[in-house]
Ligand binder design. Structure first.
Ligand SMILES: Nc1ncnc2c1ncn2[C@@H]1O[C@H](COP(=O)(O)OP(=O)(O)OP(=O)(O)O)[C@@H](O)[C@H]1O
Ligand SMILES: CC(C)(CO)[C@@H](O)C(=O)[O-]
Ligand code: BAL
Length: 296
């Protein structure tokens, strides 16, 4: 595994792999503090690609002024051990000065898909994500890029960017990896106190209950599902709901409150963002109510 820290080294390392017939090239962008969710992306990339490039960069331009950029957990040594174990060939670890040697004046904005969910709670966040991912795509020119569905809105936004701008890369969405009790793995889980960690289970539990209620016909509409999600989450006194939304996926369009979910065309997403103290966690479930309803 090669660790590269400059633009020139990254370009040289990836073009060497390509020249020597070790394609296709897969890119796994991350912000580090790696866990098994990141490992699952590396493994998927390894199955599909001759060369796997992982980037580790806490991207300042996707954080708002009152967010956790400074506090975001970092552990390069541990990250490198995991990356090597999980088959990364090239790890790119730039500094902020390498990625943004001067104030950036060009940004990519994906409209509409970024107005709800995390786009509404974190103004400017997705411009920061699309811009840094576009830079990484330009540098690595991967055939495939791997992203987790824990950040489902990010997947939808990046697919739109790639389609709109004819970027020559295929986005591969990867399933959410969870702890055995259901909590979605996240670098930010490390911020949680023992009691917050216990109560954070309410995210996955409320989503499971909501899905079951739809499957069993106890909650038929968006309003009923939202009510169920909020009432289950409110059972945890430390939980402070940022959003609990039911939207079409990947369009991220709202369904009328009284619209029967089983009549939705295609997939829907139930998406949550919940704060525990200063820690903001997200989770979601994507499914096709029609198909589920047909099974019961
Ligand atoms: N539990 C998970 N399962 C699958 N993919 C994941 C999981 N957690 C993160 N990823 C994916 O890993 C990539 C890098 O994410 P990132 O480095 O921000 O990790 P994170 O754990 O999501 O951190 P955060 O604390 O910011 O939520 C993204 O594509 C993200 O969707
Ligand atoms: C895609 C990404 C690495 C861009 O900074 C980040 O948003 C993340 O970790 O999901
Ligand atoms: N996984 C998304 C990165 C962020 O929260 O900024």
């Amino acid at each position: 595994m090669r660790v590269v820290r400059t633009i020139e080294q990254l370009r040289e390392a990836t073009s060497f792999m390509r020249r020597t017939g070790q394609g296709p090239v897969g890119l796994v962008p991350t912000m580090g503090y790696l866990h098994d969710g990141h490992a699952s992306l590396l493994r998927r990339a390894g199955e599909m690609c001759g060369t796997v490039v992982m980037s580790i960069f806490v991207n300042p331009i996707q954080f708002g002024p009152n967010e956790d950029y400074e506090a975001y957990p970092r552990d390069e040594q541990r990250d490198l051990e995991l990356a090597e174990r999980e088959g990364a060939d090239i790890v790119f670890i730039p500094t902020v000065e390498v990625m943004y040697p001067r104030p950036i004046r060009s940004k990519i904005t994906v409209s509409s898909l970024t107005t709800r969910l995390c786009g509404a709670s974190r103004p400017g966040h997705f411009d920061g994500v699309t811009t840094v991912v576009a830079k990484l795509f330009n540098l690595v020119q991967p055939e495939y890029a791997f992203f987790g569905l824990k950040d489902a809105q990010q997947v939808a936004v990046l697919r739109q960017m790639v389609d709109d701008l004819n970027m020559n890369v295929e986005i591969i969405p990867c399933p959410i990896v969870r702890e055995s009790d259901g909590l979605a793995l996240s670098s930010r889980n490390v911020y949680l106190s023992a009691e917050e960690r216990r109560q954070a289970l309410v995210l996955s539990r409320s989503l499971q209950e909501a899905r079951k209620a739809v499957e069993e016909g106890q909650a038929a509409t968006t309003d009923e599902v939202r009510e169920l999600l909020t009432s289950v989450i409110s059972g945890s006194p430390l939980a402070d709901i940022d959003y609990a939304e039911i939207l079409t996926f990947p369009e991220l369009e709202p369904l009328e409150g009284n619209f029967p979910l089983t009549r939705a065309e295609g997939e829907i997403i139930m998406a949550l963002a919940v704060r525990f103290g200063r820690t903001r966690l997200i989770d979601n479930i994507i499914f096709t109510p029609k198909e589920v309803a047909a099974l019961v």
